[in-house]
Structure formats: structure tokens, C-alpha cells
Design a protein around this ligand. Sequence first.
Ligand SMILES: [Mg+2]
Length: 159
Amino acid sequence: MAKDKINLLIVDDEELFLEAMSKRLEVRGFNVIAVNRGGKAIEAARQHPLDIALVDLKMPGMDGEATLEALKREHEWLEVVILTGHGSVDSAVELTKKGAYSYLQKPCELERLLEVLSEAYKKRVMNKQKIEEGKMNEILKMADSRSPLDILRKLKDME
Ligand SMILES: [Mg+2]
């Protein structure tokens, strides 16, 4: 995957929507991985470094809520945007309490979607920096009290 692009996972059981949305976002410069089931989304997230997941709420089998929970459990800093059908906004609001970054109602305008995706990406980048800062602070703390070899071992553990 190209490093300068946003890595986006799209999960939706409607194949036509999935295909059309993937193409539109690829044209806009996203690296898109598209899958049609929650279970496949979990697999994809284990195999690829992802920044954002765009997840359909209503899917057969593992629905959007279960997918959100599983993704956040394994990838704390992955931002998840939920796509809902008409009339399921209440449940979508609940999902933001469970860690979803935001939700959008289908059909949604491409411009609005791009806006939300770029906001979610900003948050993702800030979180990444927070992790780096945390690591750096630990290293500085260690440098005071430990031997260089200890520090090297500790750094290896952190990777
Ligand atoms: Mg659906």
C-alpha cells in the first residue's frame, strides 16, 4: 500500500454500493479495501494497516455494531465511520458511544463523506502522535535510571 494515501476499509453487504463507493474513493486518492461481510472486515484489518473503516450498520450475520466492537477491540486507534439506512439514526448515535467516530445516513453525498473521512483521518493521525509521544516519554524516563542495554531491550519490547 502507498504510504502517502489514507488506507480505508469499506464494509457493506450491498455489492453494487460497495463497488461504486470504492471506485469513487479510489479516484479521490484513497487506498480502498472493500469487503461485504463483518467477518471479512476483521480479517482485512488484521492483514493490512488501516486508518479508517467505513462500516454499514445493517448486514447479514455480523452486523455493523458487532463489527465496530471487534475492530475497536483489536485496533484501538482505527477510526470507524458507520453508514446507516434511513431511520436508524438512534442506534447510530449509540454506536458513537461505543467508539465509532461518526455516522452518516445512506445515501450520503460524496462531499459530506469526504469531509467526515478527512476529519476521522486527522483524529487518527493525532492519536498516532500521542502514542509516539508516550513512547518517547518512557524512553526519556528510562534513560535516567537504566543501563543502555536495558533500554535497548525495552525498546524492542515496545515495537
Ligand atoms: Mg446493508
